[in-house]
Ligand binder design. Sequence first.
Ligand code: VG1
Ligand code: CO
Length: 546
Amino acid sequence: MELPVEICPTRPFSDQRPGTSGLRKKVKVFQQPNYLENFIQSLFDLLPEKEGKTLVLGGDGRYGNPEALQTIVKMAVANRFGKLIVGQHGWLSTPAASHLIRKRRAAGGILLTASHNPGGPEGDFGVKFNVENGGPAPPKLTEAVYRRSLEIDRYRIARIGDIDLDRRGSLQVGGTEIEIVDPVDDYAALMTTLFDFDLMRDRFRKGELSILFDAMHAITGPYAHRILVDMLGAPEESLLHPEPLPDFGGLHPDPNLTYARELVERMAQDDAPLLGAASDGDGDRNMILGRRFFVTPSDSLAVIAANASKIPGYRRGLSGVARSMPTSRALDGVAAAIGVPCYETPTGWKFFVNLLEAGRVTICGEESFGTGSDHVREKDGLWAVLFWLNLLAATGKGVSEMVRDHWRRFGRHYYSRHDYEALDSSLANRLFEDLRAMLPQLEGKRFDAFEIERADEFGYTDPIDGSRVERQGIRIFLRPEGRIVFRISGTGTEGATIRIYFERFEPDPSRHDLPVQEALAPLIEIAEAVSELRRRSHREGPTVVT
Ligand code: VG1
Ligand code: CO
């Protein structure tokens, strides 16, 4: 049967350049007529030989997802994809989608999510695109899509009725097969190949293992329920905010000490479970807590790498590790100790993908609560939680004990990130221009106990394909060992967000128990002296401290 395909005329929007991870805008921006259609058609136009190919579709359940999914299904049919694999209810976590793309040899996937940004009609919406290896689209492709979006003048859409996203099974629409799949099945099966489920189940049964997991009313609820409760036998009360809601129940689905408040309060009690954890909107981030103990994501990454041999899926050893540039250098110490290379990449998971594909790294992570391995091509929140759970079960140790042991062995990297959100964009840009201009004069400057050893702007040449990106953050290296990094966020939707990352190494175990902000206070003052961010923005301090 020939389908009624309409070729709709349209006019370009000038602001469809994807950021660190996908195109992210206010819901109101996405609600403009043709806004979503333009971006999706620009993307489809860039995919050669899509006819007959498979596309994976899903999202984090946020406001606007069902309607956007219906539109994308109709456009994919009109653009002659051979098969669409769609998560039931439109749900797929980002790591689960990455796995599905790889497993089903799809040409790519579209994920409707703005990740950790709030949802609801006043919140944010977003589109992430992943390529056939399961990883986020590389800069070359996203830039090409952006250029295409500047000249697009028509899009293709099939004038067909809505698809029932809640009913699993297959249906044929014109030349396209649409398969609605359980969003959790394949992902849960993958996890059983990496972790010791028998051991964890046994420890839960004996009451020796316990967890409180906060899904923040976002996508990980169904995944956590299946894996932690159904498969591992954790009690139902182990889950906080497990139902995905379009507005995330008014929560801000960013797993950090500020936004996961209820979890943090529960973990501060004497009878708190052994492990506290949370994930973000689309399930690729994680926060790890012990009783009255917060594990910085950079430390979590280092502990995971150092203890990988205790986990079945990683017993074969690590080929190498990688971290994003602003992430603390705790990982570097571990890599040196186990004798594997450690790569430093720009912010954003897409920069790990080539290294993972080439088998150069097994584990990688970012300071922004993202950790993962070569099992998929995305960061993976629940994977990190299961890694910690398996570690606790295998060692019989608590979270804080594991981390303190780690510090004693490798030294402690005090670490914190200060975010100044929704700044005036021109103020932020000017500040970076000034910092850039100042770089050559910074070397040798003294500030009480510290001296600037060198300062530069980070650029990166991909060791696999030789592609180059510039302006990935301004770095100030200090003596004794410390570092300050300035970046402009690529995921914000309001003005500009400046992130300042502070790191200070402390080898002496007798000084491992300082409050973090106190340990970093001299660096925080150096950052202000150099950038004058607080003075220039008339802010008293950062919006969020993690
Ligand atoms: C932030 C984080 C970065 C992360 C990105 C996407 O980017 O800093 O580490 O990869 O978000 O995360 P930026 O440019 O705002 O600093 V997410 O969970 O989309 O899925
Ligand atoms: Co995310």
